[in-house]
Design a protein around this ligand. Structure first.
Ligand code: NAD
Length: 248
């Protein structure tokens, strides 16, 4: 079910919006009538996307791991379109290394971007949403926030943390009319997974990579239509976490 203009006139900010899942969310939101701020560290790609989408989109440079840049980005979003009432914390990185081989810096960097960045975002957007009488936050976690994966421990820790942070925020923000939900994609075809082959999805009930648009339609549904859901997990994984398929 697609929303019919449920975001009409709303102002959204999408982190990591320049490419991959974030860019698909930006396009889906604009098509639904929202004004969208694309926030990323990839300036040329982000500016190009905003330009291609016309007057309903703009670009702001935002490293989500820097709280000062969050303040600047919120100010700029408000100056451009008005108060942000939809925030999608989508920016993320993954580091492939065993726990033994992980460096202090690389482990912390994943947490800083994938988890702490979303915390900064929710804290920064709260005054605007409260002032506007409500809002929605969608945190893009992962199936790595539902189960473990070897070789990406920092990512798993960050994505489980983001799932927990979502629930804590949902409880705190409800009084202000703000819903907070998490999305848990499985393997999706984006630059993040470009090194992964088809063997990664072998045995999955829907045996293929998902497309960014398939995650974007879930994010749009949460933002526009899921008006009785908060603190909730929405899984978009081709059945990857449904269980173990044993031959009887
Ligand atoms: P991607 O690498 O294509 O896009 C990630 C975006 O985040 C990029 O535009 C990047 O520039 C941006 N980004 C990185 N660090 C940033 C920072 N410090 N500040 C602001 N922006 C930053 O990857 P994607 O697959 O589109 O991933 C989007 C989100 O979905 C991530 O949170 C990722 O963990 C999650 N996810 C992806 C998959 C998958 O299979 N692709 C699966 C589950 C979850």
């Amino acid at each position: 079910m697609r929303s019919e203009g449920g975001l009409d006139g709303r102002v959204a900010l999408v982190t990591g919006g320049a490419r991959g899942i974030g860019a698909a969310v930006v396009a889906a939101f604009v098509a639904d009538g929202a004004k969208v701020v694309v926030a990323d560290v990839l300036d040329p790609e982000g500016k190009q996307l905003a330009h291609d989408l016309g007057s309903a989109a703009s670009y702001v440079h935002l490293d989500v791991s820097d709280p000062e840049q969050w303040r600047t980005a919120m100010d700029e979003a408000e100056r451009t379109f008005g108060p942000v009432t939809v925030l999608v914390n989508n920016a993320g990185i993954v580091e492939f290394a065993s726990i033994e081989a992980s460096t202090d810096d690389s482990f912390r960097r994943v947490l800083d971007i994938d988890l702490v960045g979303a915390f900064y975002g929710m804290r920064a957007v709260l005054p605007a949403m409260r002032g506007a009488g409500g809002g929605v936050v969608v945190n893009v976690s992962s199936t790595a926030g539902l189960t473990g994966y070897a070789g990406i421990a920092g990512y798993v820790a960050a994505k489980w943390g983001l799932r927990g942070l979502t629930k804590a925020a949902a409880l705190e923000f409800a009084v202000d009319g703000i819903r907070v939900c998490s999305v848990h994609p499985g393997p999706i075809r984006t630059p993040m997974t470009e090194g992964m082959g088809e063997e990664s999805v072998a045995g999955q009930p829907i045996e293929r990579f998902g497309e960014p648009e398939e995650v974007a339609s879930m994010v749009l549904f949460i933002a526009a239509d899921a008006t009785f859901s908060t603190g909730t997990e929405f899984v978009v994984d081709g059945g990857a976490t449904a269980g173990v398929a044993t031959v009887l």
